[in-house]
Every structure is written in C-alpha cells, then in structure tokens.
Design a protein. Structure first.
Length: 249
C-alpha cells in the first residue's frame, strides 16, 4: 500500500534528508587513498548521532554498520571494515540513511578515489545524470515507470546496463515502503504518481552486464562479470508542482 504524506510529514523526512546530505558532503571530502571504510563509517555515525538523529541502516535486518560502502565491482550493501582500504583509482559508492523523529532519509553517491580513469569517470557521470532524469519524471499524473524508463534509456544509450535485482522504493516512517521503483520499465505503465508520494530513486548502473551476485556475507552484491558499478540515490517528494529533492543541501 502506497502511503501518501502530508506536507508536515514531508518536512520531517526533509529534516532526516538534510542530515544525510550533510554526512555525504563530509564523506566526499574524507575519501582519499589509504582510508578504511570503517573510518568513514565511524565518522558517519558520529555526525548522525551528534545532531540527535539515528543511523537508519545499523541493525536493520541485522546489518552491522551505519554505511554501505561498495568498491569498484560491488554494486550495493558493501560492509565497512577496518581492513577494507580504498586505493588510488578505485570508485566508492556510499549509501547512508538517517532517522529523525521517526522519519527516514536515504541517499547515495559514488565518488572517485584519487585519480581514476576516464571510463570510471564516465560511468559515475552517466549514473548521476540518470538519477536526475528519473527525478524529473516524479510528477503528479505521470506513471511510476516513467521514472524507470527515463533512467533505463539514459543508461543504455551510453552502453551500460541497469541492475534489475535491486530497486528504489517508497520511504517515510519505514526505510522501505511501497511502491518499488525499478530502474527499468516501459513509459506509461505502472501506478499513477500522486502528490504526497515520497520515493527513494536510486539508479544502480553496471559498466558490463546487468546481472549481480550476492557474496557469502549475505549482503554485498557484486557484478556477475566483474565490471565496475556506480550508484546514486536521492529521497524525493512528489509535490503538486513537481519533485522536491529532500536529501540535497
């Protein structure tokens, strides 16, 4: 069941989203060759808690950390660790959520570590552009898969593939609510988008094939062919006059 939010509830989600945006901005500055993903995780948890918020991921279905940190061919849900150290030329996807007054915000970025190659830079750029194109379709009267189709068409036009096993989602008083928001689909299909929907739109884009495999830790998803993967996400409210990004400073 899709839960429509009031403007007051959207503002509460926005407050959680601003915490997420602040944490991601700080992490973007911290990422450099030689830093461990556990150090990034500790920073994120401290920043979230010092403003009176709570990490959304830590303890969720048993997940052990505040961040998901996914390197190179890792698509999503990489677990931060002391021995997991990023190096020059890597790309790092960082996903973080926060809870404020019972409402959730959720966003992700992919950042280069040091100097990366042109192919990695292009993948990051196209994935972020796909997110923007998806957000633009989050308007009352459109169909849900208009978002999906906008993402898919941009990604595939550049020779990449969208991940199909994992999708975006509604968000509010729960981290994951209806509806699911896939990154592939046919324009004009799916439920009608309505004002009051709040959606976590999150393209996950592989340089190679779309298939993924979940590793032995039961969390980390990697590309089946070992190709690079990038991930961007915003929490977006659908207002009468169009989309409002809630996880942007």
């Amino acid at each position: 069941m899709v839960i429509l939010k009031s403007l007051q509830e959207i503002e509460k989600i926005h407050q959680a989203g601003l915490v997420v945006a602040d944490v991601l901005a700080g992490l973007r500055e911290l990422v450099k060759p030689g830093i461990s993903t556990l150090e990034l995780d500790a920073y994120a948890e401290q920043r979230i808690r010092e403003v009176g918020a709570r990490p959304a991921f830590k303890g969720y279905r048993g997940y052990p950390r505040t961040l998901c940190t996914s390197i190179n061919d890792q698509v999503i849900h990489g677990i931060p660790g002391k021995s997991v150290v990023v190096k020059d030329g890597d790309i790092l996807s960082i996903d973080v959520g926060a809870i404020v007054d019972g409402f959730y915000g959720d966003a992700a970025i992919t950042v280069p570590v040091g100097k990366v190659g042109a192919a990695a830079e292009r993948l990051i750029r196209v994935t972020e552009e796909a997110l923007s194109r998806g957000i633009e379709q989050a308007r009352p009267g459109n169909r849900l898969y208009d978002i999906s189709a906008a993402v898919q068409s941009h990604v595939e036009a550049h020779g990449y593939s969208v991940v199909r096993e994992f999708v975006g989602h509604g968000i509010g008083r729960s981290l994951h609510e209806d509806p699911q928001v896939p990154n592939f689909g046919e324009r004009g299909r799916g439920p009608r988008i309505q004002a009051g929907m709040v959606l976590a739109i999150e393209p996950m884009v592989n340089a190679g094939g779309s298939a993924t495999v979940v590793k032995e830790d039961n969390w980390t998803a990697v590309t089946a062919d070992g190709s690079l993967s990038a991930h961007f996400e915003h929490t977006v409210a659908v207002l009468e006059d169009g989309p409002q990004v809630l996880t942007r400073r």
